[in-house]
Design a protein around this ligand. Structure first.
Ligand code: CTP
Ligand code: CA
Length: 228
């Protein structure tokens, strides 16, 4: 194998990271979204780039600046995020941190929905969005060698995440507890459990940058690259 510079152990590898929420339009002024800030995904893209990987970051709407040296594609909806991921393939490593909206409005309208005095509120028909992590995890010659997902859970965090890893077909899943009282979704810290095919590892609460560095260290080891 080609020796890689010790300080940039992922040099020569391509990585894809999804981050942020998606916004699913209802009408021109309203959308369906969630509390994701994008911080964890941006931190991972940054850490992968610092380790020498060529990183494409596919981001839903956030207020974050692009990490240095990362190719950033901004998208709004899940359908756009999927298309941008496909366009960024092939890659060696995929990390899906995006809080993709599970549903989109079946028929967004191009005119603002108005209140009609006396009429009941409108009901919104939803349809499921594509599952980007499951899509990237499909077996085949184009599959990234390592696919990592996140699992945002409020209950039975570890068990749900173990089941989710299998359901999605990804290699690793990073479970995090997003219960309101932990205040983690949208915050600067994370408390996670890394789940692989062979076991799990609890990482006590730390900054999202530290989680990103820990993950990049694990990725470097998985690719059997001597760390610096
Ligand atoms: N994910 C994705 N595309 C979707 C939904 C989720 O790529 N349409 C990815 C997320 O980026 C994350 C992982 O799948 O890496 C798990 O997301 P999560 O919302 O926890 O799981 P879901 O399968 O959507 O299940 P649920 O929300 O019902 O717990
Ligand atoms: Ca979901």
């Amino acid at each position: 194998p080609v020796p890689r510079p010790a300080l940039r152990p992922l040099h020569g590898l391509r990585a894809l990271v999804t981050a942020g929420p998606t916004h699913e339009p209802i009408d021109p002024v309203r959308y369906l979204a969630n509390r994701s800030s994008g911080r964890q995904g941006y931190a991972i893209a940054d850490a992968l780039a610092q380790a020498g990987a060529a990183v494409t970051l596919i981001s839903g709407p956030t207020i974050l600046p692009p990490p240095p040296g990362v190719t950033l594609h901004r998208v709004e909806t899940a359908v756009q995020m999927l298309a941008a991921c496909d366009a960024a393939m092939p890659c060696d490593i995929a990390v899906c941190t995006a809080a993709v909206a599970d549903w989109r409005i079946a028929t967004p309208v191009t005119s603002k929905i108005k209140k009609t005095p006396g009429a009941p509120p409108p009901s919104l028909a939803l349809v499921p969005n594509p599952d980007i992590l499951a899509h990237l995890s499909r077996p085949g010659p184009a599959r990234p060698r390592l696919v990592v997902g996140f699992a945002a859970e409020t209950d039975d965090v570890r068990d749900n995440a173990v089941a989710k890893r299998k359901r999605k077909g990804c290699d690793w899943i990073i479970a995090n507890d997003v219960r309101a009282q932990t205040g983690i979704m949208g915050g600067n810290e994370n408390e996670v459990t890394l789940i692989t095919a062979t076991g799990s590892e609890y990482w006590p609460r730390m900054s999202k940058d530290a989680v990103a560095c820990g993950l990049v260290r694990r990725i470097t080891a998985a690719f059997d690259i001597a760390p610096d």
